[in-house]
Design a protein around this ligand. Structure first.
Ligand code: SAH
Length: 351
């Protein structure tokens, strides 16, 4: 059999929404600038035909940097003794939402480390307060692995969406990024439960995380084709100096952009953020993400005094700004490339 060119493979992905593992490995390990541009133009066209030149803003509130986990890549891992820890109160969190609402946000993302002080009761109370104050807004949780009962309770309290990157769909690769008590099996169980409970669910991975090979990314793409998530978060790995991966290389922005385009082609309606990590790795990274097929940007609404403490990786973009400055900067970047930020919840549209 004569091998297909990468451009033929991109067309096949567009037509069939799937590639084999060998085909994924081929694109990921042999793509040229022309292949990248082909995928980018196709993906941008798909995004524009689905959403117009419109971007949804989601406001992230980083409610706590305490974490009981120990992901080797992450700056807020429990084992980082150098980090000064904080937790926001419900009042702090509601003030962040208020600022966001005034700026046109209709989705609030509560993100944090896995902080045992944030019990189910605490989250239920918080979701009720946010929903009572802003009934027209979606609440997204990004709070890590919990029991099915806990996810069910929070969904019942009104949470609409949940972001839980799978991080690595290959078992051996997952084990290189996490300590033995954090298993891929449980991560997958969580994602299945979230989908099953009716959350709009987000998966995703870092590009260029240590020990990652093209085969691993191929499995990530196949896993996402199977899961059919409503949201996907992808950004380059960026080392953090107080983690075991301090001396590892950062992930490639080009490969991240290619994968973003391929994800848009594979999952045409997916809500796909142009991530903070992309904007940190390269100053115009978030604009390039949108031009590659992204349709979501997630500005940080956290209070100025805690931003530097939610440092997942070195030099995280926006930590030196106030919420308002960050929002206006991102709005300006979107306008520079001819996109507008729209007011709306931006739910996943089922066909
Ligand atoms: N504790 C929550 C929120 C995690 S932080 C959870 O486990 O889901 C959000 C995302 O940041 C992670 O899923 C991870 O993919 C990404 N991240 C963490 N450290 C990073 C690093 N060093 N470089 C790039 N992205 C990183």
């Amino acid at each position: 059999m004569i091998a297909m060119t990468n451009i033929q493979l991109i067309d096949k992905l567009n037509a069939e929404k799937r590639l084999t593992e060998a085909e994924w490995v081929q694109i990921i390990s042999t793509y040229t600038p022309d292949d990248r541009e082909y995928a980018r133009a196709l993906a941008q066209g798909i995004a524009i035909s689905g959403f117009g030149k419109n971007i949804f803003f989601r406001g992230i509130v980083e409610f706590s940097n305490y974490c009981k986990n120990n992901c080797y890549y992450c700056g807020i891992r429990g084992g980082n003794a150098k980090l000064s820890r904080y937790r926001l109160t419900d009042e702090d969190i509601l003030r962040c939402c208020e600022k966001g609402y005034e700026s046109g946000f209709r989705t609030f993302v509560l993100q944090g480390g896995e902080d045992p002080a944030f019990t189910d009761e605490r989250f239920v109370g918080m979701i009720h307060k946010i929903k009572a104050a802003y009934p027209d807004c979606a609440v997204t949780l990004s709070i890590g692995e919990r029991s099915r009962e806990s996810y069910a309770l929070l969904r019942g309290a009104g949470a609409d969406r949940f972001l839980l990157r799978h991080e690595a769909a290959d078992c051996e690769h997952y084990a290189k990024l996490h300590p033995p008590y954090q298993t891929l099996e449980n991560r997958m169980r969580c994602l299945r439960d979230l989908k099953d409970l009716g959350y709009q669910t987000g998966a995703g991975m870092m590009v260029g995380s240590p020990y990652q090979k093209p085969e691993h990314l191929a499995r990530d793409m196949i896993f996402m084709a199977d899961l059919d998530p409503e949201m996907v978060g992808v950004g380059p790995f960026i080392p953090h100096s107080d983690t075991p991966f301090r001396d590892e290389k950062a992930g490639s922005v080009e490969l991240t952009l290619l994968l973003i385009s391929l994800i848009r082609i594979m999952l045409p309606r997916v809500l796909l953020p142009s991530t903070t990590a992309l904007g940190t790795a390269q100053a115009d990274g978030r604009k390039l993400g949108v031009l590659a097929g992204c349709n979501v940007v997630m500005p940080n609404l956290s209070p100025a005094d805690v931003r530097k403490k939610y440092m997942l990786y070195n030099n995280k973009s926006g930590t030196e700004l106030t919420a308002r400055q960050g929002i206006e900067l991102l709005r300006g970047q979107m306008e520079e490339i001819g996109y507008s930020v729209i007011v709306g919840r931006g739910d996943y549209q089922k066909v």
